[in-house]
Ligand binder design. Structure first.
Ligand code: CO
Length: 425
């Protein structure tokens, strides 16, 4: 297996929740010599310094200060959360069997969650001598499963079945007398009394590389951990830029980004303000020379359903990184940001594909659209082409995943000079 893909699969397999993904990024940055800042402290940023900060355990911003006076910010944004099921409080439901109470987090395809081993991961707030400590938790074994109803009892199962998340998707956890055993297991794993939790179900199936020429990769959460990974690797591997490279990874994208650690929060804006005030720079002047890449996966042409794609703008797996357009600006790319992104891709030697929704089909939205309301800079909406978006197990192309790393490395090493008539790069 190609080295870059192997590293990606390891990242995916060790990130069963948004908290684990951000913790893995934090380790990568720490290993690369980055200093972890606290939002509650004074910041004395040094030229040549490398920094990052984490909010809520599930969002992260990293940046580098150049040795010479910077002109702008080179930013990227991706998201580390995924559609899944969240574990409720008082979750153990007693009865003939013990089941777990859950609710939907985000808009997922439900069917792929059934009939496969699942487990629980996330963060727990554990009582200590002096207060409460947030800890990561992953029950690293096959623990529960959502069983289908047999076709004999649900003859309509293959004719467009409507799932009821209060009934059909409650996972089976144990026998009649198992109630209470899960909370005991969680507290044992957590190492103390749990006073609060953000725990989610995840599928146990590991990432796989497959296809006649190993051209496909499948995993949970490719949307958007593949972009998180490509952006982070590109950020770390880039040459020095005259501008300030900024890596943003947000939580809560799948539920509208409205949280303390989502793209609709003040996290990015406040961080940029604090960088400027520490370095005695003008934020408006910096923003006038700044650029954002919003990296979130795109729909590839489906092998069995090409009719869902726009005929002229249908990206394929392993055809290169995707530039996403939407006239209503749900995707933020415009002519200028498209041109800049194409220049960067050419520099990286990576082909660019384009995506429009079919004009009679509404599409999704992305982070760029949301973060623009706080930090208004030209933004290219990009992503890796993938199939089965929001399935519990998604599919993408192996060469695309490696290509994104190259593009982001070229991007973070450049320093575009922009004005209203265009840019110099
Ligand atoms: Co996404």
């Amino acid at each position: 297996m190609e080295q870059g893909i192997k590293a990606l699969t390891e990242f995916l397999d060790s990130s069963p929740s948004v908290y684990h993904a951000v913790d893995n990024l934090s380790q990568m940055l720490k290993n690369a010599g980055y200093t972890c800042l606290s939002e509650a402290d004074d910041w004395n940023l040094e030229p040549g310094g490398n920094y990052y900060l984490i909010r809520g355990g599930s969002a992260l911003i990293a940046f580098r200060i150049p040795r010479t006076a910077p002109r702008g910010f080179l930013m990227s944004a991706s998201h580390a959360d995924r559609p899944c099921f969240k574990v409720k409080e008082n979750g153990e439901l007693a009865g003939t069997y013990t089941r777990l109470a859950t609710e939907k987090y985000g808009g997922m395809l439900i069917a792929p969650w059934l009939d496969r081993p699942l487990s629980i991961a996330g963060r727990v707030l554990v009582e200590t001598q002096t207060g409460v400590e947030a800890r990561l938790l992953n029950i690293d074994r096959d623990l529960l499963l959502i069983p289908n109803v047999a076709i004999h009892m649900n003859r309509g199962a293959n004719d467009g079945f409507a799932w009821n998340p209060a009934v059909d998707t409650l996972p089976l956890l144990g026998g009649k007398d198992a109630k209470g055993k899960l909370s005991a297991l969680l507290e044992r794993e957590a190492g103390g009394k749990i006073l609060g939790h953000d725990l989610y179900l995840y599928v146990r199936q590991k990432a796989a590389v497959w296809g006649l020429d190993e051209e496909f990769i499948s995993s949970a959460a490719l949307d958007d951990l593949a972009c998180v990974w490509g952006c982070a690797r590109g950020f770390l591997n880039a040459q020095d830029s005259a501008d300030i490279p900024v890596l943003c990874v947000f939580d809560s994208e799948e539920v509208g980004s409205n949280s303390v650690q989502g793209a609709a929060s003040m996290f990015l804006e406040t961080t940029l303000e604090r960088i400027c005030s520490s370095l005695k720079l003008s934020l408006p002047r910096m923003l006038a020379q700044s650029f954002m890449i919003s990296a979130d996966n795109a729909h590839a042409l489906h092998p069995n359903h090409p009719e869902y794609a726009d005929p002229a703008n249908a990206p394929v797996l392993n055809g290169g990184v995707v530039l996403k357009f939407n006239a209503a600006q749900r995707y933020t790319t415009d002519g200028l940001s498209a041109a800049l992104f194409r220049k960067v891709c050419a520099r990286a030697g990576v082909p660019v594909q384009t995506y429009f929704n079919r004009a009679d089909m509404p599409g999704g939205s992305t982070l760029g659209h949301i973060s623009l309301s706080h930090v208004s800079v030209p933004t290219a909406d990009i992503g890796l082409p993938q199939l089965a978006m929001h399935s519990s197990y998604e599919t993408a192309g192996t060469t695309d995943a490696v290509a994104l790393e190259k593009v982001m490395s070229a991007y973070y090493g450049c320093a575009p000079v922009m004005d209203s008539s265009g840019f110099v790069l």
